[in-house]
Design a protein around this ligand. Structure first.
Ligand code: HEC
Ligand code: HEC
Ligand code: HEC
Ligand code: HEC
Ligand code: HEC
Ligand code: HEC
Ligand code: HEC
Length: 285
């Protein structure tokens, strides 16, 4: 019995030691260095260390880089500094998070020029157009990496798995900035099915496009009246004018209901009946 208790105590101590966080490993590294090699391995000398991290405030921030998603994706043969371009010669490890992350999220344009060109022509373009002034208070626009992520990017061309992953992140890709339209996308056939996770229901970008998104008032927009036929025809073979007119309900089903006289009559009548019934029931309580 005595021995048993001692074993338990020893186990508890071992467990407690094991559970102690490995604190502030980052401080063990000298960050004032020049890279031994510009290749991946130069960065992974440190970033392959699972304990690489730091206590910031009350949380443990990990800087460990899991090589698995990178190696499995289309960027397997790209150097870390291909995206982290500001780390190319001398790793500037003491810069602001927003600064290096922004650089990485935009590095994509160096290799994906076709997408950069399309993006630059759309409403999300971060380039200032002639005659436009920079408004520091304007809401944030998405950079390539905001929609696509970084290390977990998957091939999309002829890769249904990659496309399925993107679909499942729709809320992050469009919804987080367009909450109103994400919520109002609730028509019977598309939105309701999409929100239930139906794989054939259109994702936002199947109607709006992805890099060259434009407001519906712009003639070039995929959801401009003059282009709706083509946009809907991606999935529907019979698209006459009546059919197209349905697009008015895609985001405005609720509004259409409320503007409908019969509907509002029913709703007000229903409310007064409920009030009336409420009165009656109060006589008995
Ligand atoms: C000598 C070790 C070492 C090497 C080599 C190294 N890093 Fe780091 N890296 C660190 C440490 C330590 C941190 C945590 C910095 C801190 O304390 O905030 C870090 C953090 C980072 C961060 C996050 C920065 C932040 O402020 O959140 C990025 C991005 C990064 N490293 C990229 C790279 C890239 C790309 C390479 C190769 C070009 C590289 N690192 C090479 C040790 C290293
Ligand atoms: C395809 C571009 C790309 C490549 C290649 C890439 N990164 Fe990143 N990395 C990013 C982006 C974008 C972020 C920022 C993610 C965010 O803030 O949402 C990031 C974040 C990081 C961070 C911060 C911690 C984290 O995981 O968010 C570290 C450290 C880092 N990268 C190191 C590396 C290293 C080391 C390599 C090479 C083995 C590498 N990266 C390759 C794009 C890339
Ligand atoms: C608003 C979100 C968003 C932004 C910003 C964005 N993308 Fe995309 N991108 C997507 C979506 C969604 C798809 C996939 C559409 C599909 O095929 O289903 C895609 C597809 C791609 C593809 C696959 C080929 C293609 O063109 O369809 C590449 C490469 C790509 N994006 C790179 C980029 C680059 C580079 C940038 C920055 C210049 C960028 N993306 C900005 C959402 C975005
Ligand atoms: C150093 C060059 C380079 C950089 C930087 C780079 N990529 Fe790529 N990317 C490639 C190559 C090469 C491929 C594979 C061939 C292809 O599909 O174009 C690829 C493939 C992709 C694919 C899959 C395309 C498809 O149709 O299957 C996406 C999506 C993508 N990259 C997005 C990004 C994003 C987002 C960034 C920035 C965070 C980025 N890339 C940074 C070179 C790069
Ligand atoms: C990081 C936030 C962010 C993300 C993510 C984002 N957007 Fe936007 N979007 C904006 C901002 C900001 C504007 C306004 C730009 C302007 O008016 O100059 C905008 C404008 C638009 C417009 C034109 C709206 C109008 O009233 O003129 C459409 C349509 C649109 N986005 C659709 C999308 C779709 C679809 C996605 C996903 C593929 C998406 N957005 C992802 C921030 C975002
Ligand atoms: C089946 C096609 C379709 C899908 C899917 C779709 N939309 Fe729309 N969207 C439209 C049409 C058509 C309009 C223009 C008419 C209107 O305002 O209702 C529009 C309008 C918009 C607008 C207003 C700006 C403008 O261009 O007038 C935004 C923002 C928007 N959609 C975002 C989204 C987001 C976010 C999603 C995904 C949650 C989404 N849409 C899914 C068809 C679609
Ligand atoms: C990415 C594919 C896709 C796109 C793009 C798309 N739809 Fe649909 N739509 C569907 C699916 C899937 C259904 C459900 C089919 C069913 O239940 O038979 C549907 C159902 C419908 C229905 C119900 C009646 C029917 O024919 O089954 C209407 C009306 C409709 N869509 C109109 C539109 C309009 C208008 C547009 C263009 C603004 C559009 N759709 C764009 C996929 C799409």
């Amino acid at each position: 019995m005595h021995l048993f208790r001692r074993i338990i105590a020893a186990l508890l101590v071992a467990a407690a030691v094991w559970a102690l966080p490995v604190v502030a490993q980052a401080q063990d590294y000298d960050l004032n260095f020049t890279l031994p090699t510009a290749g991946k391995s130069g960065c992974m000398v440190c970033h392959a260390d699972k304990n690489l991290g730091r206590v910031k405030g009350s949380t443990w921030v990990s800087y460990w880089v899991d090589p698995t998603p990178l190696d499995a994706g289309p960027h397997a043969s790209i150097m870390c500094a291909g995206c982290h371009v500001d780390f190319a010669y001398k790793a500037p490890h003491n810069i602001e998070q927003t600064e290096w992350a922004r650089t990485a999220k935009l590095s994509c344009k160096n290799c994906h020029q076709e997408q950069w060109k399309a993006y630059s022509q759309g409403v999300h373009s971060i380039a200032t157009q002639p005659g436009e002034t920079i408004d520091k208070n304007a809401p944030e626009k998405p950079l390539c990496g905001d929609c696509h992520g970084g290390h977990d990017i998957m091939a999309l061309t002829e890769n249904p798995q990659g496309k399925a992953k993107l679909r499942s992140e729709g809320e992050q890709i469009c919804g987080r900035c367009h909450k109103d339209f994400s919520e109002s996308y609730a028509d019977y056939y598309h939105g309701a099915a999409y929100q239930e996770g139906a794989t054939d229901a259109p994702a936002c970008w199947q109607c709006h496009g992805w890099h060259d998104i434009l407001p519906s008032s712009d003639r070039r927009a995929k959801v401009h009246e003059s282009n709706l036929q083509e946009t809907c025809a991606q999935c529907h073979s019979m698209t006459n004018e009546t059919y197209i007119s349905y697009s008015g309900l895609i985001h405005k089903r609720q509004q259409a209901y409320e503007e409908n006289v019969v509907y509002s009559f029913i709703m007000t009548t229903k409310a007064s009946i409920q009030e009336f019934l409420g009165h009656i029931s109060s006589w008995f309580t």
